[in-house]
Write a protein that binds this ligand. Sequence first.
Ligand code: ADP
Ligand code: MG
Length: 228
Amino acid sequence: LLDEIIRMEKVEVVSHLAASISHEVRNPLTTTRGFLQLANESEGIPAVQKGYLEVALQELDRAESIIRDYLTFAKPVPEEIEVLNLKKEIEKSINIIEPLANMNIVKLFSESETCYIKGNTGLVQQVLVNLLKNAIEAMPSGGTLSITGTVEKTVAKVTITDEGLGMNKWQLQRLGEPYFSTKEIKGTGLGMMVVFRVIESMNGSINIESELGKGTKISLMFPLSSFA
Ligand code: ADP
Ligand code: MG
């Protein structure tokens, strides 16, 4: 029992440390991003230099999203729970992912009913964006990515479908394991871990169907909330 208590204290300390370091590192990143953005918007910048700035901005965004995934892992309980309109959340996530989709020649399709779920908008965005990113990354030569929101009896259902590489049994089994990634240096293996954590904390569930060479369909189910 004592060992267990000591182990839990250690986890607590490490989580706390991770959370505060991530938090501190975020501020200078945000400032840097702001100045790069300003430089990028100023007039008369030669195309080559503009290209450099674009890459710098994208890489900063990548760093920010990795930090965010670590933070969610260290602090899985959402602080502020609100009633969220699923349709709005889907629209927001589409706005965030659109540039990445365009770069990868991925066509986006989205449609949603208006319905309400309880959760934290930041965390829900993180879940949707992590899933949409994976879907885009699974379609290196383009395709269609669809996200829909529907009401089924007592649940709100989000379905994300891609026409990408798909996963085999082994991949499906390891999905969500910390650091499991098949993307070599481009992957962190944190995205799905965060997805599973957040869904669990919202009393939701996830269902994954995937076929190698055909694509993947991921459904999320959340308890419906009455408005307010
Ligand atoms: P990362 O994206 O950094 O690799 P994730 O946790 O988001 O980490 O995903 C883990 C792994 O699961 C990916 O590397 C990939 O092999 C697989 N995967 C996740 N989503 C999909 C998808 N939509 N299609 C094919 N493979 C996927
Ligand atoms: Mg990912």
